[in-house]
Design a protein. Structure first.
Length: 285
């Protein structure tokens, strides 16, 4: 009898333990990762009257309202950058963080019908559910590009910097999404215990937003209170993103280093906690 083809043989064995094994699962099941990401984006406009229009309305309506209130009525400074462009750049980085964290928190709950029936590497769910936040990021960047083009034609000034310092912007985005995932590994498990986690997270993000220099430049913060920025990794992420694209602000190496250290520590702790608690969390959803 001929030997079976090795490609058709499946070996069933216990999963390896540890955070490193969970990261390998993300790569091994990357096609499934794309499926969950697409599913998460579809949920943004599923069963709505306006359909895909919500993909644009959700990020743009708050952006224009904040521009009118803070840039027009309150005349908040923006380091000599048109306030709308200043705000959309800062909001792009912040919304990537807040959106990724919010969706990662709901990842186990929203997929409870599937993970309770078949085995799915649960660690890919918080990662995949960040997809809607990236859609919002691309929308913000598209709006920023249009705004920069308009202001260049009307003001004659190229406010967006195309230089090697763009790497700072990439670093800011990586910092934001990594921090969101690190916290999301905690909150996705805790959200299966009670809905209080989701409600509390919304309040925390609202408060955190005003402690992060999105609506205002760091120069507007009194010197005696700027130490608070060192306790807020997202302050560094937003400043890095603004500096990389607009060339305004000042990225202090100490601030960037402390934010990176805190972010990596949160990611490691979150992944460790998730691998230990995921089984109990699946039983609860």
């Amino acid at each position: 009898m001929p030997e079976p083809d090795s490609l058709s043989v499946w070996t069933i064995e216990p999963r390896s333990g540890g955070a490193a094994a969970r990261l390998r699962e993300v790569w091994r099941y990357r096609r499934l990762l794309r499926f969950f990401a697409s599913r998460a984006v579809t949920k943004l406009y599923q069963n709505t009257i306006l359909g895909k229009s919500w993909l644009l309305l959700r990020p743009l309506v708050p952006l224009f309202v904040r521009t009118i209130v803070f840039g027009g009525l309150l005349n908040v400074g923006s380091n000599n950058i048109p306030y709308f462009l200043f705000l959309v750049i800062g909001t792009a980085c912040w919304d990537l963080f807040a959106g990724s964290l919010t969706w990662a928190t709901r990842s186990l709950e929203q997929n409870r019908g599937l993970i309770g029936k078949v085995y799915v590497p649960r660690v890919i769910l918080p990662v995949a559910m960040t997809a809607p936040a990236f859609i919002t990021l691309f929308i913000h960047l598209g709006v920023a590009a249009c705004a920069a083009g308009y202001f260049y034609l009307t003001h004659g000034t190229p406010y967006v910097v195309l230089a090697p310092q763009l790497l700072w912007a990439v670093g800011g985005l990586l910092l934001a999404v990594t921090l969101a995932l690190g916290i999301g590994f905690f909150t996705s498990v805790l959200a299966t215990i009670g809905r209080d986690v989701r409600f509390t997270l919304a309040f925390v993000l609202d408060f955190w937003y005003f402690l992060t220099p999105v609506l205002y430049p760091v120069s507007a913060v009194p010197a005696e209170y700027r130490w608070v920025l060192y306790l807020n990794p997202m302050a560094a992420a937003v400043e890095m993103f603004k500096f990389g694209l607009l060339g305004v602000g000042h990225v202090e190496p100490a601030l960037a280093a402390s934010a990176t250290g805190v972010t990596l520590a949160v990611l490691g702790a979150g992944l460790w906690y998730f691998t230990r608690a995921e089984s109990d969390a699946v039983d609860r959803v």
